[in-house]
Design a protein around this ligand. Sequence first.
Ligand code: GLV
Ligand code: MG
Length: 338
Amino acid sequence: MRSPKDFFAPLAVGAPAPVREIPASPSRMIHFFDPSNEKMAAKVPDLAAKTDVLLGNLEDAVRADRKEAARAGLVSIAKATDFGATQLWTRVNSLDSPWVLDDLITLVTEIGDKLDVIMVPKVEGAQDIHYVDRLLAQLEARAGLRRPLLVHAILETASGVANVEEIAGASPRMQGISLGPADLAASRRMKTTRVGGGHPGYLVRSDPAGDDLHSGRTTYQQDLWHYTVARMVDACVLHGILPYYGPFGDIRDVVACEDQFRNAYLLGCVGAWSLHPVQIDIAKRVFSPEPKDVAWARRVIAAMGDGTGAVMIDGKMQDDASVKQCRVVAELADALAA
Ligand code: GLV
Ligand code: MG
């Protein structure tokens, strides 16, 4: 049995072993664009200045007869654009499609030095990551690339969710995992036709008031994605990679989008996808800790001294565990300020 680190061995004779580094720069929003759409492509330099990650999408939402144009468009945009500190990612076609082999060969050969992360859709298990990992190693060696490309899996099949721990640990190239709620809903035969977010029928109802069973009862919508996001976060933490919420398709419903992103943030996700510039701002706001939370965290850290024991602050007990929670918030604020 090969260990995951064997899949990272350099193919070139005498080459030093490459080191995996998840980019330290933030990735609060992964902004999708269609490189076959000339109007969208023209906006890339502007968007690159606004987003943490820009992703050239080749998979779903690109028509079958536009796949080649999208691939070629991404190559020319990547060559012509200075992305500065913004990371450039791509989402290639799925491993069972007729396009993915050419996607990987072309992108690694032509713009492998510009790309940071390759997002792989519909990952079912570790075998899918092993396949991409070996192919990337061959293509990187042939192209003479010294910096290994990283891999990001979309969790969007029932079998992917069942295998999420092995996917997260399948290769040192793994950068992170995103929830793909649309494909996952279809794979699980859930009865929602929405792309991400909740559903008005998925609710709990308060107890009846008095004898009247139907009046005065409040309903609360529940989070359809709570279980999967929590499971994905645990798998990512276990293997030291980053979890993300995926798409929120109702662009006009900025309130529900913000609520969904915040649920994911509070559960441990570091970012979400953005399908429209308006969602860039939502994700930036949600995935950056609020100043009042940062101030509170710093107060607790200062009061806790060496981080052991217990203190009372504003009537709330703080101890070794709560100071660790506060460090998560303070460290995120420091990383974003750097
Ligand atoms: C994303 O790809 C999704 O299917 O939700
Ligand atoms: Mg999908």
